[in-house]
Design a protein around this ligand. Structure first.
Ligand code: NAD
Length: 270
């Protein structure tokens, strides 16, 4: 996928959890659309460095920062380093997320806290640091008509309940109101806050759901478009939400799910 390198020219972006999957795809796409990118990673230093090297090899600008998004001190340090290196930040993509699945009655407090800590608290902490910088700097019309953009990577499970994954579904449901409330509060400052809710996308997080023909066939029953999504499907939406092409879009969730949220079970059941 190639973008106009002028779409995000001069903009600085930070993508959390960008060493694999959807975050990697978004980091690469933002860079090819002209943004300078911070590739945040938790434990995959080599993978993150490879993405940085590839972006630089294509004449882009990038560097990697290790930080656990659920740790306030590490998030603050990551933003200080970003501002020191890039001078400011225009785009935050809050992507880092994990699953720790268990039947409800067997779910440990640790499984609950880990998922809420990374998927929800982590997204709060990063958004707060980005918003501080957007408010400090304000709009630079030659760069973007917004003072800043925050993009949450939520999930169809912000609306579809998910047995055996109550921590994950609760974290994504929480993102919905976190995103909308921040959008409402910051809109007068020309800050745009939106979510992308992916359906089933082929990445490491859900490998067991698509890595055998049987598993993929079962998954396709849930997808009216009859294909599992790929990271580019999400990255294209992220580039659009990061750009001024979506200047009048604020506080909304863009479902990129091949129709998964259309209740496909009702298609022949009416
Ligand atoms: P992934 O496992 O490849 O990506 C998750 C990333 O988050 C990894 O790079 C991981 O290292 C990073 N991460 C984990 N804990 C972290 C922490 N404490 N601090 C910083 N980074 C951390 O899987 P993915 O599918 O690319 O997931 C990315 C996002 O997309 C997640 O929020 C996930 O919930 C969401 N999502 C994925 C799908 C899908 O079908 N793949 C569907 C809906 C939503």
């Amino acid at each position: 996928m190639s973008y106009s390198p002028y779409l995000l020219k001069g903009q600085k972006a930070l993508v959390t959890g960008a060493s694999s999957g959807i975050g990697e795809g978004i980091a690469r796409s933002l860079a090819s659309a002209g943004a300078a990118v911070v590739v945040n990673y938790h434990s995959q230093a080599q993978e993150a460095q490879k993405i940085v090297d590839d972006i630089k090899a294509a004449n882009g600008e990038a560097f990697a920062i290790q930080a656990d998004v659920s740790n306030e001190d590490e998030v603050k340090a990551m933003f200080s380093q970003t501002l020191k290196h890039f001078g400011t930040i225009d785009i935050l993509v809050n992507n880092a997320g994990v699953q720790k699945d268990a039947p409800f009655v067997d779910m440990s407090l640790n499984q609950w806290n880990t998922v809420i800590g990374i998927n929800l608290t982590g997204q709060f902490l990063c958004a707060r640091e980005a918003a501080k910088e957007f408010l400090r700097r304000g709009v630079q019309p030659q760069i973007s008509s917004a003072a800043g953009k925050i993009i949450y990577i939520s999930s169809v499970h912000e609306v579809i309940p998910w047995a055996g994954h109550v921590n994950y579904a609760a974290s994504k449901g929480g993102i919905n109101m976190l995103m909308k409330s921040i959008a409402q509060e910051l809109a007068p400052h020309k800050i745009r806050v939106n979510s992308i809710a992916p359906g089933a996308i082929k990445t490491p997080i859900n490998k067991s759901a698509w890595d055998t023909p049987q598993a993929e066939a079962k998954l396709l029953e849930l997808i009216p478009a009859k294909r599992v999504g790929n990271v580019e499907d999400i990255a294209k939406a992220a580039v659009w939400l990061a750009s001024d092409e979506s200047d009048y879009v604020n506080g909304t969730t863009l479902f990129v799910d091949g129709g998964m949220t259309l209740y496909p079970g009702f298609a022949d059941n009416g």
